[in-house]
Design a protein around this ligand. Structure first.
Ligand code: ADP
Ligand code: 5GP
Length: 192
C-alpha cells in the first residue's frame, strides 16, 4: 500500500494589514488539502469574526491554563493581547492528512523555528509602507491607538523578512495568491 503523504506545515507571517487573511481565504477556497490552524487569542472579536473559525476567543485565565498545560506550540503577546497556536490544531491537520497553515506573528514563527519543527516559512510583504498604512486604515477595525501601534510593530516585523524562506509581495491579489499556490506545490513535490 502506498504510504500516506506527510502533512506539511506552512507558517505565514507579515505585518498587520498586509492582506494575510484575504490571501489565505483565497488560497483555502482553491486548495481543500490545506487546513487553517485556528489560534487562541485574548483579543475581542471583530465584527463578523466567528468563534472557532477565525479564533478561539478566550480570557486571560483560559490562556494561562493552556500555557501551563503545555497545550500551545508557540505563543506571543501582540499589541497587548495574547495569541497562541494550539498543538491540537496541527495534530488534527496531520490526522486528517492535510497540510496545516499557521498565520502567526514573527515572534511565534521564531519559536516554531527554534523548536526545530519542520515548516515552510513565508513572509507576506506590502508593495510599500504607504500601501500598508492605507490598507489598515481602510479596514477600519482598529482604534487610533491600535492603528499606530500596529504600524510601529509592522516596521519591526519588516526587518525580519530576510530569514524567511519565501517572501510574497501582496500587490495584486491574484498574483500573490498564485505565488502562494506555487510555493505550496513546490513544497509538496519536495516532500514526496
Ligand atoms: P491582515 O490579515 O494581514 O491583517 P487583511 O487580509 O485583513 O490583512 O487585509 C487588510 C485590508 O487590505 C483589507 O481591507 C483587505 O480587503 C485589503 N487587501 C488585502 N489584499 C489586498 C490587495 N492585494 N490589494 C488591495 N487591498 C487588499
Ligand atoms: P489580528 O489581531 O490582526 O488578528 O492578529 C494580530 C497578529 O497576531 C497578526 O500578526 C497575526 O498573524 C498574529 N497571530 C494570530 N494568531 C497567532 C498565534 O497563534 N500566535 C502568534 N504568535 N501570533 C498570532
Amino acid at each position: 500500500m502506498a504510504e500516506a503523504p506527510r502533512s506539511l506545515l506552512f507558517v505565514i507571517c507579515g505585518p498587520s494589514g498586509v492582506g494575510k487573511t484575504t490571501l489565505l481565504r483565497e488560497l483555502f477556497a482553491r486548495d481543500p488539502r490545506l487546513r487553517f490552524s485556528v489560534s487562541m487569542t485574548t483579543r475581542t472579536p471583530r465584527p463578523g469574526e466567528v468563534e472557532g473559525e477565525d479564533y478561539h476567543f478566550v480570557d486571560e485565565a483560559a490562556f494561562d491554563r493552556a500555557v501551563a498545560a503545555g497545550e500551545l506550540l508557540e505563543h506571543a503577546v501582540y499589541n497587548n493581547h495574547r495569541y497562541g497556536t494550539p498543538r491540537s490544531e496541527v495534530e488534527r491537520a496531520r490526522r486528517l492528512g492535510r497540510d496545516c497553515v499557521l498565520e502567526i506573528d514573527v515572534q511565534g514563527a521564531k519559536q516554531v523555528r527554534a523548536a526545530g519543527v519542520a515548516a515552510c516559512f513565508i513572509f507576506i510583504a506590502p508593495p510599500d509602507p504607504a500601501v500598508l498604512a492605507e490598507r489598515l486604515r481602510q479596514r477600519a477595525t482598529e482604534t487610533r491607538q491600535d492603528f499606530e501601534s500596529r504600524l510601529a510593530t509592522a516596521q519591526r516585523e519588516m526587518l525580519e523578512r530576510p530569514w524567511f524562506e519565501h517572501c510574497v509581495v501582496n500587490d495584486q491579489l491574484e498574483l500573490a495568491v498564485h505565488a502562494l499556490q506555487q510555493i505550496v506545490r513546490d513544497e509538496r513535490r519536495g516532500a514526496k
